[in-house]
Write a protein that binds this ligand. Structure first.
Ligand SMILES: Cc1ncc(C[n+]2csc(CCOP(=O)(O)OP(=O)(O)O)c2C)c(N)n1
Ligand SMILES: *[C@@H]1O[C@H](CO)[C@@H](O)[C@H](O)[C@H]1NC(C)=O
Ligand SMILES: [Mg+2]
Length: 575
């Protein structure tokens, strides 16, 4: 009997929705995908892999989604997450929402239930288009196999268009099983390629650039603030030029760190309070005036500060009502500003009172910090191990490792101590302060930048959210060293007052507590990776030197005094 799936010679080869989706991804430039497989997307993952799209398989869509979002940020092209229907899609929302919060380009593709069975309790049934609405800038369902190529092209375009963000593509299982002929598939792909969207770069008026430069030139205490939007726009060369030509001090947001080296003499990071409190004109570029920048309001900022806000999003500029708004790509706006300055240069110079004041405050803060860092505190506080980690990272030189960081005390103290010297080498909890991003970010960073080591510095709580992904590190043999600051809990030890401890469950552990001195290093050993348990400077130095040169998956479990930090880290006023 003839195999019903085989084709007589000469008959057109049918292609199903899985193959067509995989072909579309490969054709439209997707080279990596993150996700968790199952019904109905396993074949899609395998087909994509066979076409050269690396599929990185995770344990949980949350981590895979975080990875996709960070991959989008690091590469400038949308990171793609693949999930199953229903619960897979719901877990993926974590990544999609994080992409939205951080304005990173990402595409989530989920299989969904059979269209004819929707509404009567089909397997993993969910109105996924409705579910993703609050978290995506664009979403679309391919209702027929013939729509797949154009839908894939559109979500990929939309994710990077204007302000980047998360987009969603829904492919029902019946659509994944429909077929078209190979030649029809090729013409659908050709057609989808042709109708690609054009990036509309808003035009900054030359009068606005002139005004911006006049404001900076006339300022007594100018400041340049930049964030991950400028990093995404790859504006580092233009920023460097502006800072060096004008002599204006600069302040990066946490993920803007490294766009210019933290060690630059005009870096105002260690004089942050003075810089934002006293500046009279602030050029804010690729950074939002949100909570991280105290909304640009007093008392942290001077009530008379004039903001020049450059942002790719018109809505963002309208929301903040700056003194001068420049809607445009950060790199392009800086190019225009630099060009304008070139015609009539000005430079503050080292002896300018503002530059001197910032430099003096910086030196005071740095020497105070260095004095604390120089102490060898055992049992470990946060500073002693952080200094050892900083020095080990600096010892690696260039290319600098990508640093991933999350936690409260661990992240805040790490941000102040660890030194960023290269652009886009810092990934942290971000705009939402999301815990659980760490392992996904590590995997994305390792996949995006194979030449760089990845070093994560995480609180034990932050680590625990996605700790199972250490198996993913081992499975793909990624050069990632995860350093866990193990202080036995969220913020550390039990800080409750006696009244707070009362009640029928007073013998339960505190809501902030985990098992003390948990053996996190043994988790990775369970999968064949390398674990280190360290409690002294010598042990930590050894673990770092060995794991950094091995460039193999490792977890360094650093035992920290549970009472060394503070509750809520730096954000105590919000708790
Ligand atoms: C998704 C998510 N859940 C919960 C929180 C609340 N939260 C803020 S920091 C933190 C963990 C802090 O503990 P840890 O990572 O151990 O850092 P430490 O302060 O102990 O160094 C938590 C749970 C959050 N920010 N994000
Ligand atoms: C001191 O420096 C750290 C980072 O290096 C910074 O976070 C802190 O805000 C600085 N302090 C002041 C008062 O500016
Ligand atoms: Mg902790």
């Amino acid at each position: 009997m003839a195999d019903p799936n085989s084709n007589p010679i000469g008959a057109p080869t049918p292609i199903d929705g899985n193959v067509l989706a995989a072909k579309s991804l490969a054709r439209f430039g997707v080279d990596r995908m993150f996700g968790v497989v199952g019904i109905p997307v396993t074949s899609l993952a395998n087909r994509a892999l066979a076409l050269g799209v690396r599929f990185v398989a995770f344990h949980n869509e949350q981590s895979a989604g975080y990875a996709a979002s960070a991959y989008g940020y690091l590469t400038g092209r949308p990171g793609v997450l693949l999930t199953v229907s229903g619960p897979g899609c719901v877990h993926g929302l974590a990544g999609l929402s994080n992409a939205m919060a951080n304005t990173w380009p990402m595409v989530m593709i989920s299989g969904s239930c059979d269209q004819k069975d929707f509404g009567r309790g089909d397997f993993q049934e969910l109105d996924q288009i409705e579910a993703v609405k609050p978290f995506s800038k664009f979403s679309v369902k391919a209702k027929d196999i013939r729509e797949i190529p154009s839908c894939v092209a559109r979500v990929l375009d939309q994710a990077v268009l204007g302000r980047p963000g998360g987009c969603y593509l829904d492919i029902p299982s019946d659509v994944l099983h429909q077929t078209v002929t190979e030649s029809e598939a090729e013409s659908l792909l050709d057609a989808a390629e042709k109708c690609g969207l054009k990036e509309e770069i808003p035009n900054v008026l030359s009068s606005q650039i002139e005004e911006a430069v006049a404001l900076l030139r006339g300022a007594k205490r100018p400041l340049i603030v930049f964030g991950k939007g400028a990093a995404f726009a790859r504006a580092e060369d233009e920023l460097k030029k502006l800072v060096e030509v004008s002599g204006i001090p600069f302040l990066p947001t946490p993920m803007g760190k490294g766009l210019l080296p933290d060690t630059h003499e005009l870096a105002a990071t260690a004089a942050r309070s003075l810089a934002i409190g006293k500046c009279d004109v602030a050029l804010v570029i690729g950074a939002r005036l949100n909570w991280l920048l105290h909304f640009g309001e007093p008392p942290k900022w001077s009530p008379d500060v004039k903001f020049i806000l450059a942002d790719v999003s018109k809505e963002e500029v309208e929301l903040r009502k700056p003194f001068l708004g420049l809607v445009g790509d950060a790199k392009r706006v800086l190019e225009l500003i630099n060009k304008q300055i070139k015609d009539d240069p000005f430079c503050l110079g080292r002896s300018h009172p503002w530059v001197e004041a910032i430099s003096k405050k910086t030196k005071e803060n740095v020497s105070r910090m260095e004095a604390q860092l120089a102490k060898e505190v055992v049992p470990f506080n946060f500073l002693t191990p952080m200094r050892i980690i900083r020095d080990a990272i600096l010892g690696l030189g260039s290319p600098a490792p990508i640093l991933v960081s999350e936690g409260a005390n661990t992240m805040d103290i790490g941000r102040a101590v660890l030194v960023q010297t290269e652009p886009r080498t810092r990934l942290d909890a971000g705009t939402w302060g999301t815990m659980g991003v760490g392992l996904g970010y590590c995997i994305a960073a390792a996949v995006a930048s194979p030449d760089r080591l990845v070093v994560a510095v995480e609180g034990d709580s932050g680590f625990g959210f996605s700790a199972m992904e250490v198996e993913t590190l081992v499975r793909y043999q990624l050069p990632v060293v995860v350093i866990v600051f193990n202080n036995g809990g969220v913020y550390g030890g039990d800080r409750r007052t006696p009244e707070e401890i009362d009640g029928p469950y007073k013998h339960d552990p505190a809501p902030t507590s985990f098992v003390p001195t948990a053996g996190y290093h043994t988790l990775i050993e369970a999968f064949g990776g390398t674990g280190y348990l360290v409690a002294t400077p010598e042990e930590l130095k050894h673990a770092l030197s060995e794991s950094f040169s091995a460039r193999k998956p490792a977890v360094v479990n650093v035992i920290i005094d549970p009472y060394a930090g503070s509750e809520s880290g730096r954000l105590q006023h919000k708790n």
